[in-house]
Design a binder for this molecule. Structure first.
Ligand code: 4AD
Length: 610
């Protein structure tokens, strides 16, 4: 028992003139007890501490009374028990004293250290670094070019990714500048300045010095290091509670990671994903360029829907109703007569209420439209594009390296699902070999059969799927994962697809006799393992009357689509196209769990920041 508590209890007992210190070994409490019959202590050792705190002149009139387990009344403490309790109390007192002394010593040591550090910091302010004018002028290089400048004096600029101190005279910094990483070694006076002592992670610095090959047995990025002769801070990052390393880690709550996305982007995984994203956009453009297709830039503010009214973002456009575009398809169709085949990579918007790993409110949509083709040509074009783009990425050594690493790295960044649902590492070569084989081509009605044969049931009523059912995300992914190949799933019934899709010629198909109430369309979804649908496409209705019927059937006002209809009136032709969700494609090739991880700043339900 602490001295202060014992004194307090003793004082109260003296004031109340209660000469017995009560100990109830069952119901008493040494923390809250008062030594009275109503509120007894628990141990005789505490009672001895209280007795000792009673002033000497009245102490002899006080005694300790004890109620043991099973007893109903308090009895005077026995001589032997009192002796034992006093002995234990003495031991406790000595221990407490020792602890106090140790605590005081430690406090003094901490204070001395703090004093010493404050003194060192003060002294460090007097140390000023200067460039040596006799040294050769430095070559300014980006970090990726450092290995090409061996043994030259360079100047590099970047963010401090890590810092390791070795003794008092050596600091290793790893810098990052977006193009690469470099270890810089600061020695002697260079690591004694105020800036050196207070340098925090994510501060920006300029470092000057000679690039050397790493000594045998050491490791650092690129196997080189910069031995600095001068350095300076450009911008310091906060330390303490606001330090970059204190803000989050991979275990942080997804909401925290989302709010700090602008800082999370600096991490290895996020930056590799964004680099792969940039290369992927280029690979799509290069692929279309190799086909001599033109890129066009349709508007995002529109007054027509493409993919159904339920996912439209509506807005007031100078007093008129307008929407954020769901797809640029209709505008691409209007370009065919002037440019031939065209494509765009533009933002599309969907007011998706569902929180899934593959739905965003805003996504990058790669869409293309091709005139004078047949449905089979469309399927070949989609397959050729996916194969061509993956092959281009594979052929770039730097991109391939990032893809290999990302595929191996299990998913550890922001997602809402449990850890158990995370994707585990895999070999990127698996994707390469997948795209080298012909994609499976399967009709929708056969997918329904497949699901039923494999015991996959409808979620809403646990019954078998029937022709006309939309195949939801989970069963679709289950089937794709089980088949483990890209699947071009074709011939969806008209009722579950968009208004513009061309009816299929059933004379070329088998087994549709029972389904003509909801005829198949020349439509396709490309499904890939791990993600499901990445592409949606179709042949388009090219006959004006048929298109007018579709507008009536879907309750759309043909007047707002006058320009789309003119496409049929002024020289129509069979044509088709498709749209690929860049984020879904990226989630597939980078082995990320959610499409949110491959966006710069994902937009989804309730998230519009940063
Ligand atoms: O299947 P969708 O809705 O097709 C169209 O929009 C057509 N007009 C495209 C065309 O033929 N030009 O969407 C095409 C693709 C989907 O396969 C998917 O990859 C992606 O766009 N997508 C989404 N990606 C992320 N979040 C969403 N909410 C998406 N909705 C569709």
């Amino acid at each position: 028992m602490a001295d202060s508590l014992a004194s307090q209890i003793a004082q109260n007992l003296v004031l109340a003139d209660t000469p017995a210190i009560h100990v109830d070994e069952v119901k008493g409490n040494d923390q809250t007890g008062k030594g009275t019959i109503e509120s007894p202590l628990k141990t005789t050792v505490s009672a001895v501490a209280v007795l000792e705190a009673i002033p000497a002149n009245v102490q002899s009139s006080f005694s300790i009374v004890v109620k043991k387990d099973g007893e109903t009344e308090y009895k005077d403490i026995s001589g032997a028990a009192l002796k034992k309790a006093k002995k234990t109390h003495e031991i406790n007192k000595k221990k407490a004293q020792k602890n106090e002394e140790r605590g005081a010593k430690e406090e003094a040591a901490v204070a001395a250290k703090a004093h010493e550090e404050a003194r060192k910091l003060e002294d460090s302010k007097k140390i000023k670094l200067e460039q040596d004018p006799s040294l050769p002028a430095p070559v300014e290089v980006k970090l990726k070019d450092v290995p090409k400048n061996l043994e030259k004096r360079v100047k590099v600029s970047g963010w401090v990714k890590s810092r390791r101190d070795q003794g008092k005279d050596m600091v290793f910094l790893v810098l990052r500048d977006g193009t690469g990483y470099l270890q810089c070694v600061l020695t002697g006076k260079l690591c004694h300045t105020f800036d050196a002592l207070t340098l925090t992670l994510e501060s920006t610095v300029n470092v000057y010095g000679i690039i050397n090959r790493l000594p045998e047995g050491k490791t650092a990025p690129g196997n080189v290091e910069l031995v600095a002769d001068y350095w300076e801070v450009v911008g310091k990052a906060p330390g303490g509670d606001d330090a970059y390393s204190s803000l989050f880690n991979t275990e942080s709550n997804p909401d925290v990671l989302r709010r700090l996305r602008h800082l999370v982007l600096r991490g290895d995984t996020a930056s590799s994903v964004l680099k792969v994203r940039s290369r992927t956009m280029k690979a799509f453009r290069d692929h279309f360029d190799s086909l001599d297709w033109y890129e066009v830039n349709p508007p995002c503010l529109v007054q027509t829907q493409v993919e159904g009214g339920s996912t439209l973002f509506a807005l007031n456009y100078y007093g008129e109703n307008a929407y954020l575009t769901q797809s640029s398809q209709l505008y691409l169709e209007t370009c065919l007569a002037s440019l031939g085949s065209v494509y765009t990579i533009s933002e599309s918007f969907r007011a998706e209420k569902s929180h899934t790993r593959r739905h965003l409110s805003e996504y990058s949509h790669c869409e293309a439209e091709i005139p004078f083709i047949k449905f089979k040509d469309l399927l070949d074009t989609i397959e050729g594009m996916v194969k061509g783009v993956v092959a281009r990425l594979w052929d770039e050594p730097e991109t391939r390296k990032m893809l290999v690493e990302l595929n191996l790295r299990k998913n550890d960044e922001a997602n809402d699902e449990t850890k158990a649902a995370q994707i585990v590492g895999r070999d990127f070569a698996d994707i390469k070999s997948l795209i080298e084989q012909p994609f499976l081509r399967m009709e929708y009605k056969d997918a329904i059969k497949w699901l039923n044969e494999h015991g996959v049931k409808r979620e809403e009523d646990g019954k078998d799927f029937v022709y006309g059912d939309d195949i939801p995300e989970k069963p679709e992914r289950y089937m794709t994962d089980a088949i483990n190949k890209p699947i071009l799933l074709t011939h969806f019934p008209r009722s579950i697809k968009a208004f513009y899709m061309q009816r299929a010629d059933v004379s070329e198909l088998k087994g549709y006799e029972d389904f003509m109430h909801d005829p198949p369309t020349e439509s396709v979804d490309l499904l890939v393992p791990g993600v499901g649908e990445v592409v949606g496409g179709s042949m388009r209705i090219w006959d004006t009357e048929e298109l007018m019927d579709a507008f009536v059937r879907e309750g759309l006002n043909p007047e707002t689509y006058y320009w789309y209809l003119d496409q049929r009136r002024y020289g129509t032709m069979p044509h088709g196209g498709f749209g690929l969700g860049i984020e879904r494609f990226l989630a597939w090739i980078t082995n990320r769990f959610s499409v949110r991880e491959v966006c710069l700043y994902p937009r989804f339900t309730e998230c519009c920041q940063p």
